[in-house]
Design a protein around this ligand. Structure first.
Ligand code: GLN
Length: 256
Protein backbone atom coordinates (compact mmCIF):
# COMPACT_ATOMS: atom_id res chain seq x y z
CA UNK A 1 0.00 0.00 0.00
CA UNK A 2 1.58 3.27 -1.17
CA UNK A 3 0.08 6.70 -0.58
CA UNK A 4 0.97 9.34 -3.15
CA UNK A 5 0.04 12.94 -2.40
CA UNK A 6 -0.47 15.85 -4.73
CA UNK A 7 0.26 19.20 -3.09
CA UNK A 8 -3.08 20.96 -3.40
CA UNK A 9 -2.47 24.57 -2.52
CA UNK A 10 -2.85 25.88 -6.03
CA UNK A 11 -2.47 24.71 -9.62
CA UNK A 12 -3.09 21.52 -11.61
CA UNK A 13 -4.04 19.13 -8.81
CA UNK A 14 -7.05 17.22 -10.18
CA UNK A 15 -5.29 16.65 -13.49
CA UNK A 16 -2.38 14.89 -11.77
CA UNK A 17 -4.69 12.77 -9.65
CA UNK A 18 -6.67 11.61 -12.65
CA UNK A 19 -3.53 10.71 -14.62
CA UNK A 20 -2.08 8.95 -11.56
CA UNK A 21 -5.23 6.85 -11.37
CA UNK A 22 -4.94 5.90 -15.02
CA UNK A 23 -1.25 5.12 -14.58
CA UNK A 24 -1.93 2.92 -11.55
CA UNK A 25 -4.63 1.06 -13.48
CA UNK A 26 -2.19 0.47 -16.31
CA UNK A 27 0.47 -0.80 -13.92
CA UNK A 28 -1.89 -3.26 -12.30
CA UNK A 29 -3.13 -4.53 -15.66
CA UNK A 30 0.49 -4.98 -16.83
CA UNK A 31 1.08 -6.81 -13.62
CA UNK A 32 -1.80 -9.23 -14.15
CA UNK A 33 -0.50 -10.19 -17.60
CA UNK A 34 3.11 -10.65 -16.47
CA UNK A 35 3.57 -13.71 -14.33
CA UNK A 36 6.25 -12.19 -12.13
CA UNK A 37 6.35 -12.82 -8.43
CA UNK A 38 6.86 -9.19 -7.35
CA UNK A 39 3.41 -7.69 -7.10
CA UNK A 40 2.52 -4.07 -7.82
CA UNK A 41 1.29 -2.45 -4.62
CA UNK A 42 -2.04 -0.74 -4.21
CA UNK A 43 -1.89 3.02 -4.58
CA UNK A 44 -3.94 5.64 -2.78
CA UNK A 45 -3.88 9.19 -4.10
CA UNK A 46 -4.64 12.10 -1.81
CA UNK A 47 -4.66 15.89 -1.94
CA UNK A 48 -2.25 17.47 0.52
CA UNK A 49 -3.07 20.71 2.30
CA UNK A 50 -1.96 19.96 5.87
CA UNK A 51 1.08 18.55 7.61
CA UNK A 52 -1.05 15.62 8.78
CA UNK A 53 -1.88 14.75 5.17
CA UNK A 54 1.77 15.17 4.16
CA UNK A 55 2.86 12.76 6.86
CA UNK A 56 0.59 10.07 5.37
CA UNK A 57 2.43 10.29 2.04
CA UNK A 58 5.13 7.97 0.77
CA UNK A 59 5.65 10.14 -2.32
CA UNK A 60 4.51 13.54 -3.54
CA UNK A 61 3.78 15.52 -6.69
CA UNK A 62 4.09 19.29 -6.68
CA UNK A 63 1.94 20.48 -9.58
CA UNK A 64 2.23 23.39 -11.98
CA UNK A 65 0.72 26.71 -11.13
CA UNK A 66 2.57 29.69 -9.76
CA UNK A 67 5.56 29.05 -7.57
CA UNK A 68 5.63 32.33 -5.61
CA UNK A 69 1.95 31.94 -4.71
CA UNK A 70 2.46 28.31 -3.78
CA UNK A 71 5.38 29.23 -1.50
CA UNK A 72 3.40 31.98 0.24
CA UNK A 73 0.45 29.67 0.88
CA UNK A 74 2.75 26.85 2.02
CA UNK A 75 4.48 29.19 4.46
CA UNK A 76 1.13 30.38 5.89
CA UNK A 77 -0.07 26.84 6.38
CA UNK A 78 3.19 25.86 8.06
CA UNK A 79 3.96 23.41 5.27
CA UNK A 80 7.21 24.78 3.92
CA UNK A 81 9.58 23.26 6.46
CA UNK A 82 7.68 19.93 6.57
CA UNK A 83 8.00 19.84 2.76
CA UNK A 84 11.75 20.48 3.00
CA UNK A 85 11.98 17.70 5.56
CA UNK A 86 9.96 15.36 3.31
CA UNK A 87 12.20 15.94 0.30
CA UNK A 88 15.64 16.54 1.78
CA UNK A 89 15.70 14.70 5.10
CA UNK A 90 13.28 11.82 4.59
CA UNK A 91 14.30 11.61 0.91
CA UNK A 92 10.85 10.57 -0.19
CA UNK A 93 10.16 10.41 -3.94
CA UNK A 94 8.96 13.81 -5.13
CA UNK A 95 8.13 15.06 -8.61
CA UNK A 96 7.62 18.70 -9.52
CA UNK A 97 6.02 19.83 -12.78
CA UNK A 98 6.64 23.37 -13.99
CA UNK A 99 6.06 25.57 -10.90
CA UNK A 100 6.73 22.35 -8.95
CA UNK A 101 10.15 22.14 -10.61
CA UNK A 102 10.81 25.74 -9.53
CA UNK A 103 9.87 24.83 -5.94
CA UNK A 104 12.25 21.86 -5.96
CA UNK A 105 15.22 23.85 -7.27
CA UNK A 106 17.96 25.21 -5.01
CA UNK A 107 17.74 28.60 -6.68
CA UNK A 108 15.61 30.46 -9.19
CA UNK A 109 16.35 33.43 -11.41
CA UNK A 110 14.01 35.82 -13.18
CA UNK A 111 12.30 36.30 -9.87
CA UNK A 112 10.90 39.63 -8.72
CA UNK A 113 11.99 41.67 -5.68
CA UNK A 114 13.53 39.89 -2.77
CA UNK A 115 13.37 36.42 -4.21
CA UNK A 116 11.00 33.63 -3.33
CA UNK A 117 11.06 30.74 -0.95
CA UNK A 118 11.85 27.34 -2.35
CA UNK A 119 11.81 23.79 -1.06
CA UNK A 120 14.99 22.62 -2.77
CA UNK A 121 16.15 19.07 -3.31
CA UNK A 122 17.53 19.47 -6.81
CA UNK A 123 20.97 21.06 -6.94
CA UNK A 124 20.01 23.23 -9.89
CA UNK A 125 19.21 26.81 -10.68
CA UNK A 126 16.10 27.35 -12.76
CA UNK A 127 15.27 30.19 -15.07
CA UNK A 128 11.60 30.99 -14.62
CA UNK A 129 9.28 31.87 -17.50
CA UNK A 130 11.93 30.85 -20.02
CA UNK A 131 9.57 31.02 -22.97
CA UNK A 132 7.78 34.25 -22.08
CA UNK A 133 4.20 34.85 -21.07
CA UNK A 134 1.03 32.77 -21.14
CA UNK A 135 0.28 33.50 -24.81
CA UNK A 136 3.67 32.10 -25.75
CA UNK A 137 2.63 28.70 -24.42
CA UNK A 138 3.29 25.84 -26.83
CA UNK A 139 3.30 22.10 -27.31
CA UNK A 140 6.59 20.56 -28.39
CA UNK A 141 7.64 17.00 -29.23
CA UNK A 142 10.14 15.68 -26.75
CA UNK A 143 12.43 12.69 -27.05
CA UNK A 144 12.71 11.30 -23.57
CA UNK A 145 15.19 8.42 -23.55
CA UNK A 146 13.89 7.12 -20.19
CA UNK A 147 10.58 6.26 -21.88
CA UNK A 148 11.63 3.13 -23.67
CA UNK A 149 9.23 3.77 -26.53
CA UNK A 150 10.24 5.77 -29.58
CA UNK A 151 7.04 7.78 -29.80
CA UNK A 152 7.78 11.43 -28.83
CA UNK A 153 6.12 12.90 -25.78
CA UNK A 154 3.93 15.95 -26.40
CA UNK A 155 5.31 18.45 -23.91
CA UNK A 156 2.95 21.24 -22.83
CA UNK A 157 4.99 24.34 -21.90
CA UNK A 158 3.13 27.11 -20.05
CA UNK A 159 5.30 29.93 -18.68
CA UNK A 160 7.73 27.11 -18.20
CA UNK A 161 11.03 27.19 -16.36
CA UNK A 162 14.17 25.46 -17.61
CA UNK A 163 17.23 24.31 -15.69
CA UNK A 164 19.89 26.87 -16.50
CA UNK A 165 22.62 25.63 -14.21
CA UNK A 166 23.52 22.39 -12.49
CA UNK A 167 25.28 23.19 -9.27
CA UNK A 168 28.36 21.29 -8.26
CA UNK A 169 28.60 20.22 -4.65
CA UNK A 170 29.29 23.10 -2.33
CA UNK A 171 27.71 25.77 -4.52
CA UNK A 172 24.16 24.75 -3.68
CA UNK A 173 22.03 27.17 -1.73
CA UNK A 174 20.24 24.17 -0.17
CA UNK A 175 16.93 25.45 -1.37
CA UNK A 176 16.03 27.92 1.26
CA UNK A 177 15.40 31.09 -0.61
CA UNK A 178 16.58 32.86 -3.69
CA UNK A 179 18.15 35.86 -1.97
CA UNK A 180 18.72 34.61 1.53
CA UNK A 181 15.80 36.71 2.71
CA UNK A 182 14.76 34.11 5.21
CA UNK A 183 17.91 33.73 7.25
CA UNK A 184 17.71 32.27 10.71
CA UNK A 185 14.52 30.21 10.43
CA UNK A 186 14.97 27.66 13.20
CA UNK A 187 13.29 24.85 11.32
CA UNK A 188 15.51 25.37 8.30
CA UNK A 189 18.63 25.18 10.41
CA UNK A 190 17.53 21.88 11.89
CA UNK A 191 16.58 20.57 8.48
CA UNK A 192 19.99 21.57 7.17
CA UNK A 193 21.80 19.81 9.98
CA UNK A 194 19.77 16.68 9.41
CA UNK A 195 20.27 16.81 5.67
CA UNK A 196 22.24 13.80 4.65
CA UNK A 197 25.30 14.35 2.51
CA UNK A 198 24.10 13.96 -1.08
CA UNK A 199 25.93 11.44 -3.14
CA UNK A 200 23.49 11.36 -6.01
CA UNK A 201 24.24 13.66 -8.90
CA UNK A 202 21.80 15.60 -11.04
CA UNK A 203 20.95 13.60 -14.16
CA UNK A 204 19.61 15.32 -17.25
CA UNK A 205 16.64 13.27 -18.49
CA UNK A 206 15.27 15.54 -21.19
CA UNK A 207 16.20 18.52 -23.33
CA UNK A 208 14.46 20.74 -25.85
CA UNK A 209 15.97 23.02 -28.55
CA UNK A 210 16.53 26.57 -27.35
CA UNK A 211 14.10 29.09 -28.81
CA UNK A 212 15.36 31.01 -31.84
CA UNK A 213 17.70 33.85 -31.02
CA UNK A 214 18.58 32.52 -27.56
CA UNK A 215 21.70 30.61 -28.49
CA UNK A 216 22.64 27.23 -29.82
CA UNK A 217 21.84 23.87 -28.36
CA UNK A 218 19.22 22.57 -26.01
CA UNK A 219 17.61 23.63 -22.77
CA UNK A 220 17.31 21.14 -19.93
CA UNK A 221 13.62 20.34 -19.34
CA UNK A 222 13.73 17.18 -17.21
CA UNK A 223 16.11 16.28 -14.38
CA UNK A 224 16.41 13.76 -11.61
CA UNK A 225 18.58 13.71 -8.52
CA UNK A 226 18.04 10.65 -6.39
CA UNK A 227 14.50 10.85 -5.03
CA UNK A 228 13.69 14.15 -6.73
CA UNK A 229 12.38 14.47 -10.30
CA UNK A 230 11.43 17.65 -12.13
CA UNK A 231 9.91 18.51 -15.49
CA UNK A 232 9.47 21.93 -17.10
CA UNK A 233 6.35 20.79 -18.89
CA UNK A 234 2.95 19.41 -17.86
CA UNK A 235 2.39 15.70 -18.57
CA UNK A 236 -0.84 15.97 -16.54
CA UNK A 237 -2.33 18.20 -19.22
CA UNK A 238 -2.08 15.44 -21.83
CA UNK A 239 -3.66 12.01 -21.87
CA UNK A 240 -0.26 10.36 -22.24
CA UNK A 241 0.27 8.38 -19.05
CA UNK A 242 3.79 7.22 -19.84
CA UNK A 243 5.66 9.57 -17.51
CA UNK A 244 3.22 8.96 -14.65
CA UNK A 245 3.61 5.20 -15.14
CA UNK A 246 7.40 5.54 -15.22
CA UNK A 247 7.41 7.69 -12.10
CA UNK A 248 5.13 5.36 -10.14
CA UNK A 249 7.52 2.52 -10.97
CA UNK A 250 10.40 4.65 -9.65
CA UNK A 251 8.42 5.29 -6.49
CA UNK A 252 7.85 1.56 -5.98
CA UNK A 253 11.56 0.85 -6.58
CA UNK A 254 12.72 3.50 -4.10
CA UNK A 255 10.32 2.39 -1.40
CA UNK A 256 11.11 -1.29 -1.81
N1 GLN B 1 5.85 30.52 -14.37
C1 GLN B 1 5.36 29.78 -13.26
C2 GLN B 1 6.32 29.89 -12.09
O1 GLN B 1 7.40 30.33 -12.22
C3 GLN B 1 5.18 28.31 -13.62
C4 GLN B 1 4.09 28.14 -14.63
C5 GLN B 1 3.43 26.80 -14.63
O2 GLN B 1 3.51 26.04 -13.68
N2 GLN B 1 2.73 26.51 -15.69
O3 GLN B 1 5.98 29.52 -11.01
Amino acid sequence: QITVGVLALQGGVIEHISLLQKAAAQLSSQQSTESSSTSTPQFTFIQVRTTAQLSQCDALIIPGGESTTMAIVARRLGLLDPLREFVKVQHKPTWGTCAGLVMLASAASATKQGGQELIGGLDVKVLRNRYGTQIQSFVGDLRLPFLEEEKPFRGVFIRAPVVEEIMTSGSSASGNTQDGSEAGQGGDEIAKLKERQRTEKVEVLGTYPKPQGTGEGEDIVAVRQGNVFGTSFHPELTDDVRIHVWWLKQVVERLR
